[in-house]
Design a protein around this ligand. Structure first.
Ligand SMILES: Nc1ncnc2c1ncn2[C@@H]1O[C@H](COP(=O)(O)OP(=O)(O)OP(=O)(O)O)[C@@H](O)[C@H]1O
Ligand SMILES: [Mg+2]
Length: 356
């Protein structure tokens, strides 16, 4: 199997094909949506209150890492409000005119879902402020000195924005959302429920112990959990007796190189390099990336966040350093004198090798 395939297995992003497979697994009602207790409760309140007022819901922003259920929640909001859902995304709106066209066709009570809202072009963003606050767009007619802007009033509707980068959202836009749901990685127990539910829908006979095993290796992310479940099913079909039991889960995940803590080949290779080549660090990102044969950006955005979150490595002003957990996980012994590791072997170019 190629490195690309393997990376895709534990990446939180989804491609087109996978998005189609996911559609079948999306919970349709808020009560079916597993985990995210805080956001679910907050959202339930906001929606129920709006329904009982007979009004449309306030604008909602959903923020959090990929694969945690933002698109799913947007669809749930529309269905709970018995509203039609319009879908678009920041990158799809390249001109303010694109947004004006969408807005002018919005109907009373619609839910307009804008994915990757942090990637909206500036002029469109400004148009959106006005639409969200005053339910109005200014349509510019004509050019140059003769141009006039004609205000067009819009029916009441709800914007649901999703972003993986809430920090990139300009404050004026952020402030126009009446409610922001911060999505967090899932607890293992919640992931087990996600997996059990998906297994039912996909008609997979899944052992609870296998569900636990998959949950543990899914990086707190339902999208990864569903993907690993499908690979375990593959293994059970081809090499097992069709049942997704604990042994099948273990064997399948070993074939696909997802280790017991959910680390994949790239993650392990980063840790291994850090410990073995650089004596545990601290060492610069570029040196690590060169040693594992990847772009620094790939190491920083694909491998590092999970390694940091799980406490396998730390970022220091002088670079990345392995923690005791990393050494332990690789079955290696850290250098015996604590505090002296690596410092003595780090050279100006950060390569861990003396200058020629
Ligand atoms: N709470 C949940 N319960 C059950 N399934 C879930 C839950 N959250 C997400 N999923 C499943 O995980 C998959 C990914 O969810 P979704 O597409 O909503 O993520 P996202 O946050 O929009 O990701 P991205 O940032 O990549 O757009 C879907 O197939 C969905 O069925
Ligand atoms: Mg999405």
């Amino acid at each position: 199997m190629t490195a690309v395939d393997e990376e895709a297995l534990t990446s939180a992003e989804a491609d087109e094909l996978e998005r189609a497979a996911e559609a079948a697994l999306r919970p349709k009602r808020l009560e079916e949506f597993v985990g995210q207790r805080v956001v679910r409760e907050q959202l339930a309140l906001v929606l129920q209150a709006a329904r009982s007022r007979g009004a449309c819901a306030d604008h909602v922003l959903l923020a959090g890492p990929p694969g945690l259920g933002k698109t799913t929640l947007a669809m749930i909001i529309a269905s709970e409000m018995h509203a039609s859902l319009r879908l678009t995304s920041g990158p799809a709106i390249t001109h303010a005119g694109d947004l004006a066209a969408i807005l002018s066709s919005v109907q009373e009570g619609d839910v307009l879902f804008i994915d990757e809202i942090h990637r909206l072009a500036r002029p469109a963003e400004e148009m959106l402020y006005l639409a969200m606050e005053d339910f109005r767009v200014d349509v510019v007619v004509g050019k140059g000195a003769g141009a006039t802007s004609i205000p067009l009033s819009l029916p009441r509707f709800t914007v649901v924005g999703a972003t993986t980068r809430a920090g990139l959202l300009p404050a004026p836009l952020r402030d126009r959302f009446g409610f922001t749901g911060h999505m967090d990685f899932y607890e293992a127990a919640d992931l087990e429920r996600v997996i059990a539910r998906s297994a039912r829908l996909l008609d997979i006979s899944l052992d609870p112990a296998a569900g636990r095993e998959i949950a543990r290796r899914s990086r707190g992310t339902p999208r990864i959990a569903n993907r690993l479940l499908r690979r375990v099913r593959d293994w059970a079909q081809v090499r097992g007796n069709g049942a997704a039991d604990e042994a099948a889960a273990r064997a399948a995940l070993e074939v696909f190189e997802v280790d017991p803590r959910g680390l994949d080949r790239l993650d392990r290779s980063v840790l291994h390099t850090l410990c073995v080549r650089f004596g545990g660090g601290p060492v610069g990102l570029t040196s690590i990336a060169m040693a594992v044969g990847e772009e620094p950006e790939t190491v920083e955005t694909v491998a590092e966040p999970y390694l940091l979150r799980e406490g396998f490595l730390v970022r220091t002003p002088r670079g990345r350093a392995a923690t005791a957990l990393a050494w332990d996980h690789l079955g290696l012994r850290p250098p015996s004198a604590p505090g002296t590791q690596a410092q003595g072997t780090l050279f100006v170019d950060g390569s861990g090798a003396p200058p020629a």
